[in-house]
Design a protein around this ligand. Structure first.
Ligand code: NAI
Length: 328
């Protein structure tokens, strides 16, 4: 059997962590022949709860689970890590301004970036889930100058999956009939789910829908505000679906995307589609051999252009704000 891969999960005692860890241990992150060693990072007050989750992981008797370490120190958490899932973040609380939120998250993602820089394995892949995910990824990346910039990614796969599900529902077709969905921009309410490049059973999804009113007034807001809809219904924010999307993101990055399809990932822009270089923005990507590439040459109509520009504008503002705060 293969040597274990080290997987670090931050915020391990949180609700996403609870839904995520068992799926990693069962082999759904990296594959059914790949042992994993889990490294859980929590703040000191939550270490005991993480230890409780570790007891349950033990009770899963997972054949692929080679060990679990629980730490409250970032340097230890990322030492030798191959896959880093940065889930723990500071949520916005009542009365908190954006600057306060970014500053609080800077206090988390700056030291984590430094720790990744200091100790992570050469092949480290990083997924930031904790919000504001794109900008938190930018902060961590800024403090890890020795790690190739493209290894820092942010999660928009939940948005991608939500868009697939809503479109499938509208068309009365299984999700598996839909390919080439794209989320552009920020993981926020300005994100743009693009069906103009999507396909249903090989044909144009936008033509199959042929309903601009639904697109503008139902589909896009539904996908973009789905997080709020879940909170309203469940009394808590999306957790299992977020964990599921994190599994999908890393699984596809490591194992590749299917022929004839792509996925959405928040990745550092190389200037493609007019997104300023260096911004961590969501793009359509294909993955092969453990690396991803932004899909090139897609047609962007005027409607899509204005939506992408709005979301990218928001990302630019977030970047400028963290620059001003000295966080990058
Ligand atoms: P939660 O509040 O249940 O858990 C967060 C955990 O992070 C807590 O256990 C907390 O102790 C821990 N934590 C805080 N600071 C930490 C630090 N410096 N190091 C290590 N751990 C730390 O939150 P939940 O529901 O698990 O969500 C986690 C994050 O994921 C939130 O920021 C949420 O907004 C975000 N999220 C992102 C989604 C996306 O699509 N990108 C979707 C859903 C949630």
């Amino acid at each position: 059997t293969q040597a274990p891969v080290n997987v670090t999960v931050t915020g391990a005692a949180g609700q996403i962590g609870y839904a995520l860890l068992f799926r990693i241990a069962s082999g759904q992150l990296l594959g059914q022949d790949q042992p994993v060693r889990l490294r859980l990072l929590e703040i000191p007050q939550a270490v005991k709860a993480a230890e409780g989750t570790a007891l349950e992981l033990e009770d899963g008797a997972f054949p692929l689970l080679a060990g679990i370490d629980i730490v409250d120190d970032a340097k230890q958490a990322f030492d030798g890590t191959n896959v880093a899932l940065l889930v723990g973040a500071r949520p916005r609380t009542k009365g908190m301004e954006r600057g306060d939120l970014l500053e609080a998250n800077g206090g988390i993602f700056k030291p984590q970036g430094e720790a990744i820089n200091a100790g992570a394995a050469d092949d480290v892949k990083i997924l930031v889930v904790g919000n504001p995910a794109n900008t938190n990824a930018l902060i961590a990346q800024a403090h890890a100058p020795d790690v190739p910039a493209e290894r820092f990614t942010a999660m928009t796969r939940l948005d991608h999956n939500r868009a697939l599900a809503q479109l499938a529902k509208k068309l009365g077709t299984p999700v598996s009939d839909i390919k080439k969905m794209t989320i552009w921009g920020n993981h926020s309410a300005t994100q743009y789910p693009d069906i103009f490049n999507a396909e249903v059973k090989g044909g144009s999804a936008a033509e199959a829908v042929n309903d601009q009113n639904w697109l503008e007034n139902e589909f896009i807001p539904r996908v973009a505000k789905r997080g709020a809809e879940i909170i309203e219904a469940r009394g808590a924010s999306s957790a299992a679906s977020a964990a599921n999307a994190a599994i999908d993101h890393v699984h596809d990055w490591v194992n590749g995307t299917p022929e004839g399809d792509w996925v959405s990932m928040g990745v550092p822009s190389d200037g493609s589609y007019g997104v300023p270089e260096g911004l961590i923005s969501s793009f359509p990507v294909v993955c092969r051999g453990g690396a991803y590439e932004i899909v090139q040459g897609l047609e962007i109509n005027d409607f899509s252009r204005s939506r992408i520009d709005a979301s990218v504008g928001e990302l630019t503002e977030e970047r400028d704000a963290v620059r001003k705060l000295g966080l990058i």
